[in-house]
Design a protein around this ligand. Structure first.
Ligand SMILES: NC(=O)c1ccc[n+]([C@@H]2O[C@H](COP(=O)([O-])OP(=O)(O)OC[C@H]3O[C@@H](n4cnc5c(N)ncnc54)[C@H](O)[C@@H]3O)[C@@H](O)[C@H]2O)c1
Ligand SMILES: [Zn+2]
Length: 478
């Protein structure tokens, strides 16, 4: 059974009228994948409508054809989003294929809504309301047995596809949510272990659990800390590493999981806003070297990300501000003022946005670049400040520069009112030198993410060096 849809087909199951076709097409667009609506595929191949096929061959004939078409669709190697007809999972062979070749999400719908939608269309099995409800009850256990996850809307499908659970109180459900049955190594700093350690231990109940304490903040992302962690790990390949804390803890523990015994599964339980909307999502893990941040790392997708917005209650205001800079960045990329949403909803929507971008481009070769909006400038300022500058403040300033170069005054106004960025006092020459060393530069010329239209980022933009320099200088005060 797959833990997420990375590298697998994403199959949508559920009753008639659950929205599999409508949501499926939209999810496929967000994930940059092909979309197959199994019923339409059957009609195309048979040259007849479902209604005609039912009338001509009876339900048994139709199911045999459905099974054949499903087999060829699921055997295609390019991961796609596949919406299954409501009865497709009645076939044992199709269920077996789903287990082997797909991550399957059950689209939940209540029977009343399903009837309302299905009865409007000419579906052979939606002619009589009582029969429809009886069928709903009969099929429910089959759907539940086949599903790897459940969802009700598009964000929910994307989150499930990425292996992410977002719900207040989720931390108390870790026993069910952390995959596997082998031993667990929890990695946390003293602050987070102090706040959540007992609840997590309780939730993991009967599992064999050891806790490994690491330093708080960026100090955790050091080779020395990693070396110490490696030496203290006692889990085998059946074990799971659970990273509990902010982005520094998840980056370190994720990298430990990527390298321990050539890779063991890990679960991220982010407890900072940065962690919940950004760092714990997408499988980038790393530690720092004296020469730079994140210089040694690996792509290692977490088997599960458990996001409990309730854990943010104890987060200091300064850390919330860091996170809000990423939230505003995300809202501008998605083209929606997501920062106006209540905290739990904002976390869910931002997490879903990042998850979709990373599922579409897990190894950072294209669209994932957009997540760097404002960050080329932010990293330059942080380096020039000797990293004595909060990431949130640096990103807020970086957004100002990127949006100025994009000529996007509306987005600029949003950044100013939400984040109130104030220029920093750093050495201008040092900031410029750091910018030229940016990882995304080619031959010393930075490639920038621009946002001429909110919600429509472009990346890999070559901007004249003089303009970039002016934009950078405007972020610095003397
Ligand atoms: N891998 C990625 O894709 C990615 C993306 C963005 C950022 N990052 C990395 O994330 C790191 C920053 O992470 P961060 O901003 O989460 O900071 P952090 O991990 O340093 O945590 C900040 C502080 O908050 C404390 N804390 C955490 N949760 C708390 C809670 N619930 N209540 C009270 N205190 C709590 C921690 O003890 C720590 O001192 C950077 O190293 C950055 O490079 C990685
Ligand atoms: Zn950032």
């Amino acid at each position: 059974m797959a833990a997420h849809a990375l590298g697998h087909h994403l199959a949508l199951t559920g009753f008639m009228g659950a929205g599999k076709s409508t949501f499926g097409a939209q999810v496929a667009r967000r994930l940059g994948r092909g979309f197959v609506d199994l019923d339409r595929e059957i009609e195309t191949r048979a040259g007849a409508t479902i209604e005609e096929l039912f009338a001509r061959d009876g339900e048994a004939g139709f199911r045999a054809l459905e099974e054949k078409v499903a087999a060829s669709v699921f055997d295609a190697s390019e991961p796609a989003v596949i919406a299954l007809g409501g009865g497709a999972v009645l076939s044992a062979e199709t269920r077996d294929r789903l287990r082997r070749r797909a991550f399957t999400v059950l689209l939940d719908v209540d029977p009343g809504t399903a009837w309302e939608r299905a009865s409007r269309s000419a579906r052979p099995l939606a002619a009589d309301e009582d029969a429809f409800h009886a069928l709903f009850q009969e099929r429910r256990p089959v759907y539940e047995e086949t599903a790897d996850a459940r969802a009700r809307d598009i964000d929910g499908i994307v989150l499930a596809a990425a292996g992410i659970d977002v719900r207040t109180g989720a931390i108390d459900l870790l026993g069910e949510l952390v995959p596997g049955s082998g031993p667990i190594a929890i990695v946390a700093d003293a602050t987070v272990a102090g706040i959540h350690g007992v609840a997590v231990q309780l939730a993991l109940g009967s599992r064999d659990v050891a806790t490994h304490e690491v330093p708080a903040g960026e100090a955790a992302k050091a080779i020395g800390v990693l070396d110490h962690l490696w030496r203290s790990l006692r889990i085998g390949r059946d074990g799971t590493i659970v990273a509990l804390g902010g982005g520094c803890t998840t980056d370190l523990a994720g990298f430990a999981a990527a390298t321990w015994m050539r890779g063991v599964p890990w679960a991220a339980v982010p407890t900072t806003l940065v962690g919940q909307v950004d760092a714990a999502i997408g499988g980038k893990t790393a530690v720092d070297l004296p020469g730079g941040k994140n210089l040694v790392g690996a792509f290692h997708w977490p088997a599960r990300v458990v996001i409990d917005p309730g854990t943010l209650e104890t987060l200091p205001e300064s850390e919330m501000k860091n996170g809000m800079a990423e939230v505003v960045k995300t809202g501008l990329l998605m083209g929606s003022p997501v920062w106006e949403q209540p905290l739990a909803e904002l976390v869910r929507r931002c997490a879903s946005f990042k998850a979709a971008v990373c599922l579409a481009d897990p190894y950072d070769r294209g669209p994932r670049n957009q997540l760097n909006l404002g960050h080329t400038f932010a990293h330059a300022l942080e380096a020039a400040a000797g990293y004595d500058l909060s990431h949130g403040r640096a990103v807020a300033l970086g957004l100002v520069a990127a949006l100025r170069l994009s000529g996007n005054d509306v987005a600029l106004a949003a950044v100013r009112s939400e984040l109130d960025p104030k220029p920093v006092r750093v050495d201008r020459g040092a900031a410029w030198a750091a910018l030229a060393r940016d990882k995304k530069s080619i031959g010393g010329v930075p490639r920038l993410v621009l946002l001429e239209k909110t919600g429509e980022p472009t990346w890999g933009n070559e901007v004249p060096a003089a303009d970039v320099r002016v934009a950078l200088d405007s972020l610095i005060c003397d």
